[in-house]
Design a protein around this ligand. Sequence first.
Ligand code: PEP
Ligand code: MN
Length: 250
Amino acid sequence: MIKRTPIIHKDQILFSDSSFTIIAGPCAVEDEDSLRKTANFLSENGIKMLRGGVNKLRTSPYAFQGLGREAVYLLSKVAKEYNLLSVAEITSESEIDFLTEYIDILVVGTRNMFNYRLLKELGKLRKPIILKRGMSATIQEWTYAAEYILLQGNENIILCERGIRTFEDTTRYTFDLAAAVYVLQNFPYYIITDPSHGTGIRSLVLPMAEASRAVSLHGVMIEIHPNPEISKCDAEQMLNFNDFVKLLSK
Ligand code: PEP
Ligand code: MN
């Protein structure tokens, strides 16, 4: 069994081999009111990390692209107010200085897993980095990508299985739980899953989150929204607060 050093931030254990960490929040930061409702709900339910997209890398250039800097200010402000840690995706090296000032945990999304220059720069930081799996990356490519960060000295790495492209098109991606367990068994990184993007289907999120816990992974990242129907992105996979409470109780 691989023993991992706990990832600690301001005296708080964020990831360890004996805990299951839940990160939740909207796909994108949309407005202050809905973000505040979400933060309040999470803190009331003992969740410590608030996610929210700021510069969204959307497949369609016509889709909502995120609020950029305004989203960063909002996410940081609201997270602090509710004593939560902020989690947001970094999409380019040019955002490093700004995001590191405001955001606690940085995410490399699926589209940037192969951006080795970005990974090297993130390796020079000491902030936790969540490295999502490239949608067509092999386990070896994914773990090599993690090594780009590690070799620069940043050991605070969390890998996130978020589904891969296969011939299957009923689900949004093919959620590769076996790959996550393989990482758990063979690599020193923390490993969580994102069943929201991994399946793209709301009713599959809870069972795949439960499965992630059953196989002893280190956590999950879940998209939630006070009113999924009006969410500006990924509405079909978004849980409302009631669904999320069911997930917690499981
Ligand atoms: C996200 O988590 O907001 C996201 C866009 O995920 P991915 O990069 O895995 O598509
Ligand atoms: Mn999303």
